[in-house]
Ligand binder design. Structure first.
Ligand SMILES: [Zn+2]
Length: 295
């Protein structure tokens, strides 16, 4: 784990130039000297190199369509075999996507001249992985593609993995963008999801993916206007996507005795709670009131 570090590297601001991959690796900006992706399916991916090594890469500056690792002839950049999502750093990219981890981007002199340095390598800031998909690339082999967007300076705060319960933010900051939206606090939702081993607190289902388990952190009292709920663990439930949607849209609620009920009041069972995680009765009451389920 010590080999990976998410976020900005101190004393290496955006625009820093490195003479070689080795120099960038020593600085900690991109810690591998050959591979395009630094990371794995356990910790996530903390950086990538964009240097024209893959024929299917598309560099648009603030947006990058990045080709996964594997199946590539390094001398020509052409694909000569299928890629696998679980191989190399590809699984790390998925973990970073699911968790919202920031990914450092290092651009090299062989990349698209519009966005790349004329010589050497340049640290170009933090991006997030927006989505991934599979398709057949230019040379006829299956490739995995990752769409990355550059993070705004407000979003690009350093990510520090938390070992203990994170304090969270009583009043989450807003990012200025096309629409006002809440910055995802990955420490808080990650902690709750891990605390329940990614099992839904309503149905106990664990969704198992090729690269790990999936659950969603559901805010009981929603973030953002007009609810202005806090981003703290007592305001977050670990839910499967179905129960998250039902909860967010008022299709189910939790009563005073922590029983889960549907819109007609029928009991679906208890809300699973594990010791160490206090679920706020006050926020559950706010949720009930908001959807007209009385006190
Ligand atoms: Zn569920």
């Amino acid at each position: 784990v010590a080999d990976y570090f998410f976020g900005e590297i101190p004393h290496n601001p955006v625009g820093t130039i490195y003479a070689s991959r080795k120099e960038a690796a020593t600085a900690g900006v991109h810690r591998v000297t050959v591979q395009g992706i630094s990371g794995n399916g356990t910790v996530g991916a903390d950086s990538i190199s964009v240097n024209g090594g893959y024929e299917d890469d598309i560099d648009l500056g603030d947006e990058i369509i990045y080709t996964g690792a594997g199946g590539n002839d390094p001398s020509t950049g052409k694909q000569i075999a299928d890629q696998s999502l679980t191989q190399h750093g590809n699984a790390g990219m998925v973990v970073s996507e699911e968790n919202g981890y920031p990914v450092r981007v290092l651009r090299g002199f062989k990349g698209d001249p519009k966005f790349s340095p004329p010589t050497g390598y340049r640290y170009d800031g933090l991006y997030r992985v927006n989505r991934h998909w599979s398709e057949i690339g230019k040379s006829g082999f299956r490739i995995w593609r990752f769409q990355l967007f550059r993070l705004s300076p407000q979003e690009a705060a350093p990510y520090i993995p938390a070992e203990n319960v994170p304090a969270g933010q009583a009043r989450p900051e807003r990012a200025v963008g096309v629409a006002s939206r809440i910055i995802r606090n990955t420490d808080v939702t990650n902690w709750v999801k891990a605390h329940y081993d990614y099992a839904c607190q309503v149905c106990d289902t664990q969704l198992v993916l090729p690269v790990g388990m999936y659950a969603e952190g559901a805010h009981i009292r929603a973030l953002g206007r007009p609810h202005d709920g806090p981003d703290t663990v007592d305001n977050v439930l670990c839910l499967c996507p179905n129960h998250h949607t039902l909860f967010d849209l008022g299709g189910l609620y939790v009563d005073r005795d922590f029983r889960v009920r549907d819109k007609d009041g029928a009991t679906l069972g208890p809300l699973y709670r594990r010791s160490g995680h206090t679920v706020s009765a006050e926020h559950l009451q706010y949720h009930r009131t908001h959807f007209g389920y009385g006190e």
